[in-house]
Design a protein around this ligand. Structure first.
Ligand SMILES: [Fe+2]
Length: 501
C-alpha cells in the first residue's frame, strides 16, 4: 500500500453506528442498518481512496447482556463491517464497552463499562496495536505512518472512575517519540469541548457528553505543546468543527445511529479530513456522496472589516462584502472603560447591528454589566434546507411519541424549533437568539473576532491579546447553537464604539 505524500494525509472518520442488530430500525424511514450500509458505500467510492479510516467508536448498540453483546459483535463483523483496501483503525465508544454485568459490583446502575465487554472489543479487532498504557491493550494505542502518528485514547476504561484521561504521561511520551511526524492526531470517542451544546459531564463514566471538564485545560496544554494537528472525536451525533488554541476539534458521528443531536440541524455523513502541513480541511459527505459542509483551518477567504460601521454607506458596503466573503474579521482595541454603554443597562458595548423590524440585535458584541467576559449575541437563522430537515425531524418525533402517522408536515409540540418565530419572509420563519461566550478580558486589549460562515457554530472565533507583538491564539466562542452564521442577514443599522482594521 502506498504511503501518503510527505506532510500530507487524507483520511476518513466516522462513528456512532450502533450496529449488530439485524434489520434494526430507527425513528424514521431507511434508518439503522441501511444508513450504515450507505455510509460504507460512500467511503468505498471515494476517489482518491483515503490513506486510512478511523472508526471512532460505538460500532455496536451494547447496553445489553454480555451474551447479547457477543451476538451483536458477531453480526456486525460478519454482515456490516467493511474491509476496504486501506487501513481501518478502531477505537472503542461507550456503546462498545458498556454492558449489563450481573456478577460485578455496580455503583453506576445496571449498565457500566466493564472488562468483559472490553475483551469483546479486543477480540473483534485483534490486530489493533498492543502499545497502550498498562491494562489498556487494544483500547488505547498508537499507530504511525510515514507522515503521521494517530493516538487513540479510551476515556471510559473500566479501570477509571470518571470520563477522562489518566494517561497524559503516556500520551506525552508517544507525542514526543513521534515529534518529527508532520501530522499528529489524537482521537477518542468523547469531545473535549461541547458540541451543539451537549455539555453534560456525569460522574458515571459512561453517561457523559464530554471529557471531565477538570481535565480540559491540562489536556489542551499538552496538545498545544506537542503541536498536535487535530483532536478527533465522536459521541454527539453531529458534524462539528471548532478551534481551541489554534487546534481543530473535529467531531464526526452519525454514520448510522438513527438519532442525531439535534435532529433538526444535523444529518448522517462521513467526514473526509485532509491535513497538509498546518492546513486542515474537513468535509462532511452526505450519504448520497455530496459534500454538504467544508471547513478549513486556518480560516480561508478572510476579509477584514475595513472601516467604521457607524457610517450607513460604509456599513452597506461591508454588507456587500459579507455576501461574497467566506469570513469577516472585526477588531476592537482599547480598554474595558472605553467601550460605550449605550444599551442603557450597564452593559459595555463594542458593536451592535440591528434591524428595526426585529427586536433583539442581529449582532451584539460587548461585556455584560459587572463582568469582564466578552460576549457575542446573535440572532441566527437556519438555512431553508436546515429548516426543511427540522420539519421532518419534528414530524418523526411527533409520530414516535403519539404512535400516529399524521402526514400533515406540520410540526406539532415536539419541543424543538422553538425559535422566536420572527418571520423573515424570504428566508424562513424561525430565528434563534444565541449567546457566544468568550474569555475574560484584560484591562487593555486587542480583540479580533472572525465570523466564518462555513464553520457552523464553531465559526465564531476570538483572539485576545494585550499587544500586537503577542502571538495570536484563536478559540471558538462557546454556545449551545447547532447553527452558525451560514444564513445570517447583514443588519442595515450599526453602532460601533471602536472598530475597524
Ligand atoms: Fe457514544
Amino acid at each position: 500500500m502506498a504511503e501518503p505524500e510527505r506532510g500530507r494525509v487524507q483520511f476518513v472518520q466516522y462513528a456512532d453506528v450502533l450496529g449488530g442488530i439485524p434489520g434494526r430500525k430507527g425513528g424514521g424511514e431507511g434508518e439503522g442498518e441501511e444508513l450504515f450500509r450507505k455510509a460504507n458505500e460512500v467511503i468505498q467510492k471515494l476517489s482518491p481512496a483515503p490513506d486510512f479510516l478511523i472508526f471512532n467508536g460505538d460500532h455496536v448498540a451494547g447496553y445489553c447482556s454480555i451474551a447479547e453483546l457477543k451476538e451483536q459483535w458477531s453480526y456486525f463483523l460478519q454482515k456490516e463491517a467493511i474491509d476496504p483496501p486501506f487501513p481501518v483503525y478502531h477505537l472503542p465508544g461507550n456503546h462498545d464497552t458498556v454492558s449489563f454485568t450481573e456478577n460485578l459490583p455496580n455503583p453506576y446502575g445496571r449498565a457500566f463499562p466493564n472488562s468483559e465487554a472490553e475483551d469483546l472489543f479486543r477480540a473483534a479487532f485483534p490486530d489493533l496495536p498492543d502499545n497502550g498504557p498498562p491494562g489498556q491493550r487494544g483500547l488505547s494505542w498508537y499507530a504511525a505512518g510515514s507522515d503521521y502518528v494517530l493516538i487513540a485514547l479510551h476515556p471510559i476504561f473500566s479501570g477509571r472512575s470518571s470520563t477522562g484521561f489518566d494517561d497524559l504521561d503516556w500520551l506525552r511520551e508517544v507525542l514526543e517519540q513521534f515529534s518529527d511526524k508532520p501530522v499528529k492526531l489524537v482521537a477518542s470517542h468523547f469531545p473535549l469541548f461541547p458540541v451543539n451544546g451537549y455539555a453534560r459531564h456525569s460522574p458515571y463514566p459512561h453517561a457523559s457528553w464530554i471529557i471531565d471538564p477538570q481535565q480540559t485545560e491540562r489536556i489542551l496544554d499538552l496538545l498545544v505543546s506537542c503541536k498536535v494537528s487535530a483532536y478527533l472525536c465522536a459521541h454527539v451525533c453531529a458534524f462539528d468543527f471548532q478551534i481551541h488554541r489554534n487546534i481543530p476539534q473535529i467531531c464526526s458521528a452519525g454514520g448510522g445511529h438513527p438519532v442525531l443531536y439535534p435532529p433538526y440541524a444535523e444529518y448522517h455523513h462521513v467526514a473526509r479530513i485532509s491535513i497538509d502541513g498546518k492546513h486542515v480541511t474537513a468535509e462532511a459527505i452526505g450519504l448520497d456522496g455530496k459534500v454538504l459542509e467544508a471547513c478549513e483551518w486556518p480560516v480561508g477567504g478572510l476579509q477584514v472589516v475595513p472601516a467604521s460601521l457607524n457610517d450607513p454607506g460604509k456599513a452597506a458596503e461591508i454588507g456587500k462584502l459579507w455576501q461574497r466573503a467566506k469570513a469577516l474579521r472585526f477588531r476592537f482595541t482599547g480598554s474595558i472603560s472605553s467601550a460605550s454603554s449605550e444599551s442603557g443597562n450597564g452593559d459595555r458595548e463594542f458593536l451592535c447591528g440591528w434591524d428595526n423590524e426585529i427586536g433583539p440585535p442581529l449582532l451584539w458584541i460587548g461585556i455584560p454589566a459587572g463582568s469582564a467576559r466578552l460576549i457575542l449575541k446573535a440572532v441566527l437563522f437556519p438555512s431553508p434546507e436546515q429548516e426543511a430537515e427540522g420539519e421532518q425531524a419534528n414530524q418523526r418525533v411527533t409520530n414516535r411519541s403519539s404512535g400516529i402517522s399524521q402526514g400533515s408536515g406540520i410540526s406539532q409540540g415536539s419541543g424543538i424549533n422553538q425559535g422566536s418565530g420572527i418571520n423573515q419572509g424570504k428566508r424562513n420563519a424561525i430565528a434563534y437568539p444565541v449567546t457566544f461566550t468568550g474569555p475574560n478580558l484584560p484591562p487593555v486589549f486587542i480583540i479580533d473576532i472572525i465570523i466564518d460562515k462555513t464553520m457552523g457554530p464553531g465559526g465564531v472565533l476570538v483572539s485576545v491579546r494585550e499587544s500586537e507583538e503577542a502571538e495570536q491564539e484563536w478559540n471558538s466562542m462557546a454556545s449551545c447553537s447547532p447553527f452558525g452564521f451560514e444564513s445570517w442577514p447583514w443588519p442595515p443599522s450599526w453602532a460601533a464604539a471602536d472598530e475597524g482594521a
